[in-house]
Design a protein around this ligand. Structure first.
Ligand code: ADP
Ligand code: ZN
Ligand code: ZN
Length: 745
């Protein structure tokens, strides 16, 4: 008798362990590790879902009292067993329930009717098939004979071959019999029915560049090591436009030639028609893409196609990392520094770390790439963990842009109260005259920062979150307030809710306002705006970018969204309106983020034949993140920043574990956080900061307390996490509270 270890699909901490079930004989074929199942659970034998994570022949308890699996779900994607091991690794390293971890690695497990019809085609001639049929008959292989009889009859009637379901149901031929003949090279199973391939409709255009010496050197070394079966991590530090994407495509080609598959990770924000088109032009039907705007059915199809070996390359954001390829050879992670590679739900993993782990498990290499590498990745090149490649020059001969820093304090002194410095105004006008394009960049979305009363100073806040609500335009007027954390909306009040005064107004500056100011100042200009508010809907993003690349506008105003991975040859001017905006946040990464944003934005100018110009407007013109971004000197920035991280024990020198404690009651949240602190007091090799109120104290009606624990030894932080998890499991009074962990290393 066979038993299955099943993880129950439920987020209850005490149930986060495997339960043993009997596997009924008729299910033994399907009940593989990774399969989704339905089981009777608890005293009432409620039907629940679960996943098989292990099989064994030894019962753990009294066989007569062990329950049986009710059903193996046929609609679910069976996780490859290595994905389950990866889920386990994530649970151990990031703190999450096994159930959450399994869900992270199988994100498209949904019950959707598989929109697919499969057909069986002969691979050899009809005569050869008939010969084979005779052989099988002699050997009394009845099922094989039935299958070939059906194929000889049905298959010759229609060019569609024989319906797979017909073979299985009417002819009573099992899947393994079909598979056996596929392996013998007699037949082939394929889908006549076209998949809902999101790429159909893209035109192919394969203009392949001859690699320059820098690029060729990378490709040569990678391929040489790959062929010697060396698998490791690489980082390509290459300025924007240095031809990294071109290199990735060559590496992928090499890996594919060996019969392996590749995953190409791209931040969601950079997943535009331009990028995708290049891959499609080069690899055609071998490529598939995945992004959050695909419907559940479309995503499901993509995973299924990968699993069946119908595609060899998956392009997508961090969740594409879990594409169930059986023969993975390479994971590429473009724009490796992007914060969207960090998951914000449990398990709070970083795609870079998980990519490395998946690579280790499957024998795949990992190639990271960025114009502005994360401190972590660059540091690991120094320790020898990754190999560093550098691309110093722009490919295709484009010259680097000229960057000028404008001191906004000087503008005030000269009585220029506009958001555009005199230099920037002049340069925009020049562009308009010459018919060239400009990008204006502001790292803030919507309108002003907040709405407040000028009489009593009251700021309008979200009722569920402790943050100010942001004013937005609605029907041509600033009449709507939105919470950017939970999405709540309310009408702009006529009077102050606290004192009743009518003097209520918006403060600060947002992209909408910039758009209006641009239109007012440059009346002939055609202006487009791109931020999270104008890009909702399935194609919003692409439409704006397409319109701009077809020069249907002169000026594009936007948030950081526009600095990512787009190639606009006619853009010769990029203006950063407030370069220090991202510097004034209380995050240890503020300087790094600022450097990245500025350097990336600068890279947008002059990617074509015309040299580009970039203006950084700032109140802190001497800050190292701004000056080193202006000269595109990453190593200079890195050295200064590393010194600070060293001094303050921040990653990548040390590791930080952030522990958030949640409760619906404020006092209980405080009490819990103090208890957690007590639990780990005096722990060796760890420094604890806090607990304190989290920067956002209340979010979606949950009160939040935060504690930071630093240690140079990552394992110490994992031990602490385990201790706190255990505490939460055993303390009954905190059952209605939550704790979440996130690691920075
Ligand atoms: P990155 O990914 O580093 O930003 P891309 O691969 O997108 O750089 O290359 C930037 C531009 O240069 C693209 O238009 C690309 O087609 C072109 N390019 C890349 N490599 C070469 C090359 N070896 N010769 C000529 N043009 C190239
Ligand atoms: Zn008031
Ligand atoms: Zn809210």
């Amino acid at each position: 008798m066979l038993f299955a270890e099943v993880i129950v699909d439920i987020s209850v901490k005490s149930l986060d362990r495997p339960f043993q079930y009997k596997i009924p004989e008729e299910m033994e074929q399907e009940a593989v590790v990774g399969a989704p199942v339905v089981i009777p659970f608890g005293k009432g034998n409620r039907q629940m879902k679960g996943f098989i994570i292990g099989l064994s022949e030894t019962p753990l308890y009294d066989i007569n009292r062990t329950k049986s699996i009710l059903k193996v779900e046929k609609q679910g994607v069976v996780a490859e067993s290595h994905l389950l091991s990866l889920a386990y690794w994530m649970k151990e390293n990031y703190g999450a329930s096994m159930n959450d971890a399994i869900k992270a690695v199988m994100p498209v497990r949904r019950e959707i009717k598989e929109k697919v019809e499969r057909f069986i085609f002969p691979v050899v001639s009809w005569e050869a098939l008939a010969e084979q049929r005779k052989t099988f008959e002699r050997k009394h292989n009845a099922a094989r004979v039935r299958l070939l009889d059906g194929l000889l009859q049905k298959g010759s009637e229609s060019e569609n071959g024989m319906d797979y379901d017909y073979a299985v149901k009417a002819l009573k031929v099992s899947a393994s019999v079909v598979q056996g003949l596929v392996e013998k090279g007699l037949i082939q199973v394929s889908t006549k029915q076209l998949y809902r391939n999101p790429l159909t409709g893209q035109e192919a255009d394969d203009s392949r560049a001859v690699l320059n010496a820098e690029q060729q050197e990378i490709v040569n070394q990678f391929c040489e090591e790959y062929d010697r079966r060396i698998r490791k991590g690489y980082l390509i530090h290459g300025v924007t436009g240095s031809g990294k994407t071109e290199v990735y495509m060559h590496l992928i080609e090499h890996v594919l030639r060996e019969g392996k598959q590749a995953i190409m990770l791209i931040p969601e924000i950079a997943l535009t028609f331009q990028t995708v088109k290049r891959f499609y032009a080069r690899f055609g039907e071998k490529v598939s893409i995945m992004h959050s705007k695909l419907s559940a059915g479309e995503r499901y199809d993509q995973f299924l196609r990968a699993k069946r070996g119908e595609i060899q390359i998956m392009i997508g954001p961090r969740s594409a990392l879990f594409t169930p390829f059986a023969n993975l050879g390479l994971i590429v992670m473009d724009e490796e520094h992007e914060s969207s590679y960090q998951s914000d739900t449990m398990p709070k993993y970083h795609a870079r770390e998980v990519a490395m782990q998946r690579g280790r498990m499957l024998g795949a290499s990992v190639v990271l790439g960025s114009a502005t590498p994360s401190m972590e990745a660059y540091y690991r090149c120094g320790t020898g963990e990754y190999h560093l490649f550098t691309l110093k020059h722009r490919a295709g001969g484009a010259v680097p842009p000229k960057v000028e820093i404008v001191d906004l304090r000087e503008e005030l002194k000269a009585k220029n109260y506009s958001i555009f410095s005199r230099t920037l105004q002049g340069k925009i006008e020049e562009r308009l005259e010459k018919g060239e394009q400009t990008i204006l960049f502001l790292n803030r979305r919507g309108y002003a920062g907040f709405v407040s009363c000028r009489l009593c100073g009251e700021v309008i806040r979200c009722e569920s979150c402790s943050v100010s609500m942001k004013p937005h335009e609605y029907r041509g007027r600033v009449s709507l307030l939105k919470c950017h954390y939970c999405g709540a909306e309310r009408k702009m009040p006529e009077a102050c809710p606290t004192c009743g005064s009518k003097y209520i107004g918006t403060f600060g500056l947002g992209t909408q306002q910039v758009e209006e100011l641009v239109k007012k100042r440059f009346q002939t200009a055609r202006v487009l705006r791109m931020d999270a508010d104008t890009t909702t809907g399935k194609e919003g993003h692409d439409q704006i970018l397409r319109a701009f690349s077809e020069h249907r506008a002169d000026i594009l105003v936007g948030t950081q969204m526009i600095v990512k991975g787009h190639d606009f040859p006619n853009v010769t001017l990029v203006g950063i309106l407030a370069a220090d905006l991202s510097l004034n946040t209380n995050d240890y990464r503020a300087a790094e983020r600022t450097f990245q944003l500025l350097a990336q934005a600068a890279g947008r100018a002059g990617r074509g034949k015309i040299p580009g110009e970039v203006i950084f407007q700032t109140y802190q013109p001497k800050h190292y993140s701004i000056t080193s971004a202006a000269t595109a000197d990453y190593p200079l920035f890195y050295r200064q920043e590393l010194a600070i991280r060293q001094m303050l024990h921040y990653p990548p020198i040390s590791n930080i574990l952030e522990v958030l404690a949640f409760s619906k009651e404020q006092e209980k949240a405080v009490e819990l956080s103090l208890q957690l602190r007590e639990e780990i007091d005096g722990w060796e090799k760890a420094v604890v900061l806090g607990p304190n109120d989290a920067p956002v104290v209340k979010l979606r009606d949950w009160y939040r307390r935060v504690m930071y624990i630093k240690s140079p030894d990552y394992a110490v932080l994992c031990d602490i996490k385990n201790r706190l998890e255990l505490f939460m499991k055993k303390e009954e009074i905190y059952k209605d509270c939550m704790v979440s962990f996130s690691f920075n290393r």
